[in-house]
Ligand binder design. Structure first.
Ligand code: XMP
Length: 504
């Protein structure tokens, strides 16, 4: 049996000075994010102006949310959507390396907000066709092509149809010479700036130097956009395991431009994870962020801190689909865990030691819990259930990913240690070491495309910052350390917090 890391022992002794080795009964309380709430504070700041920006090592995120490395959450579509909202998805690892890398490549090479395949028209199409298409699709802007070349645009809303049915598109289109265009190399920020600031610039078609059309950007899509980038590419993460062959995934990921590498284990406090973390930290250097986990003690935090990782992922037994606590007995409620790790981080920093940031993983089922986790000391949260609700969730090869029940769409959401996910790991023939399940297979209510609902959850997170009177995550952490910030709901309080009327 290994003793606790001596630094962890000192941290625990400082955290819990009343514990006594010789006492017969030693137990400390553990609180979940569901019962730990916060007081509100005076503010003069508009919550909308709060910054949700966070960093993991050299990587900056505009939204402190990672989509969990799970097969019903993070494939290519989730990675594309998450970078658009300023966060990132961690593409799950339980498939062959070439499959995971192909998904990562597609996500990294996405041009956020580009409508790459819009409905196109030809010069000799009739206006009748434009009218029919407009009434069917409600899209008002159509590129006009000859072969693959852009020759003009037709703006359906500007045409009064009557009497023009047989006119050609060529007659009513805006010809190329009068169009504003961008090239495939134009950075997104330039495109957004032009769309927001130039007169009569609601749409920008993309055309290369040979005149070939590559898609178009719309002002309505980019108005509130704040995507997350790394070296000019969408921010994408990938999970890896602890084997030598996983290092090849990292090397290839770096070539592709993948920014975040997560050494993904249900028990991060073991020698294979620690060895792998050291190797990946060395390999990635300052080219991306390295995260290891999961941890649920100061001992694991200190040991992973010594590997040089940028962040540790905290949470064992708190996930919505997770039965680990029930079936193995382990588990540290998330609020207490984050507070302990926050204390450990400050302790290491004060000693001049490397002190990774904290990612709260498990039980972050919406904006309110994200705010509480960040306030407690997390720099970022990882979410499964919350994001599984999006249309973009899941990996396409999983059977029965969606279902309709009582008129509502539901998305499949299962633990990576559920029976189904364990069986589907068989495509990675080297990965079958697990047989006893520690997770369940279930469903969450579908909320539609992520971008259609994220604005609301973003507003609610900012609302939390507003209640706390803080402008950013640094101020939030200070507030979380304030002795008067926190209070705990009893069971009765939790009942009162819940909706108490019939809603359907
Ligand atoms: P939420 O609450 O966001 O939790 O749905 C997602 C996190 O749960 C972890 N995870 C599991 N934990 N058994 C577990 O005990 C499982 O099968 C399982 N699958 C995922 C993981 O950390 C994830 O990010």
């Amino acid at each position: 049996m290994h003793p606790m890391h001596p630094v962890a022992q000192m941290i625990y002794a400082a955290l819990y000075p009343n514990l006594d080795e010789n006492a017969a009964v030693n137990i400390t309380p553990g609180y979940t994010l569901y019962e730990a709430s916060y007081r509100e504070f005076y503010t003069e700041t508009d919550p909308k102006a709060a910054s949700l920006e966070t960093r993991i090592g050299p990587v900056t995120m505009n939204t402190p949310v990672l989509a969990a490395a799970m097969d019903t959450v993070s494939g290519t579509p989730m990675a594309q959507a998450m970078s658009k909202i300023g966060g990132a998805a961690v593409i799950f690892r339980h498939r062959l390396a070439k499959t995971q890398l192909a998904w990562a490549k597609e996500a990294v090479n996405t041009k956020p907000f580009l409508k790459a395949k819009p409905i196109c028209l030809r010069m000799n199409d009739r206006i009748r066709k434009v009218e029919e298409t407009y009434k069917r699709t409600h899209h008002s802007t159509y590129p006009v092509l000859e072969g693959k070349k852009l020759v003009g645009m037709i703006f359906a809303r500007d045409i009064s149809w009557e009497g023009k049915e047989e006119h050609s598109v060529a007659k009513w289109m805006k010809p190329l010479k009068h169009l504003k265009t961008v090239s495939p190399e134009t950075p997104f920020e330039t495109i957004r700036h032009r769309l927001l600031n130039e007169k009569n610039c609601r749409v920008l078609p993309v055309m290369d130097k040979n005149g070939i059309f590559h898609g178009m950007y719309f002002v309505k899509d980019v108005r509130h956009a704040n995507p997350a980038w790394h070296n000019g590419k969408p921010l994408v993460g990938m999970a890896i395991g602890v084997h030598n062959r996983d290092i090849l995934r990292v090397k290839r990921g770096l070539q592709l431009g993948v920014a975040i590498y997560v050494i993904d284990s249900s028990h991060g406090n073991c020698s294979p994870v620690i060895k792998q973390a050291k190797r990946v930290v060395k390999l990635v250097a300052d080219r991306g962020a390295v995260i290891a986990g999961n941890v649920a003690s100061v001992d694991s935090y200190v040991r992973l801190a010594e590997t040089g990782v940028h962040a540790v992922k905290a949470g064992i037994g708190s996930g919505s689909i997770c039965t680990t606590s029930q079936v193995t007995g382990v588990g540290v409620p998330m609020w207490t865990l984050i507070r302990e790790l926050r204390f450990a981080q400050k302790y290491l920093k004060a000693k001049g030691l490397h002190a990774p940031d904290i990612i709260a993983d498990g039980g972050i089922s919406g904006p309110g819990f994200a705010v509480r986790a960040l306030l407690a000391g997390a720099h970022t949260v990882m979410a499964g259930e919350w994001l599984a609700a999006a249309n973009e969730s899941g990996s396409p090869e999983i059977k029965n990913l969606r279902r309709e029940i009582n008129g509502f769409m539901e998305n499949r959401y299962r633990g990576m240690a559920s029976v189904g996910a364990i069986n589907d790991r068989s495509s990675d023939r080297y990965g079958i070491t697990k047989s006893a399940p520690e997770g369940v297979d279930g469903w969450v209510r579908n909320r539609g495309p992520l971008l259609d609902w994220w604005d609301k959850d973003d507003e609610l997170m900012r609302g939390g910052f507003g209640h706390l009177g803080v402008k950013n995550i640094t101020e939030l952490h200070k507030r979380g350390d304030d002795p008067y910030t926190w209070l705990r709901f009893s069971g009765a309080g939790q009942q009162q917090m819940a909706v108490r009327v019939t809603t359907s």
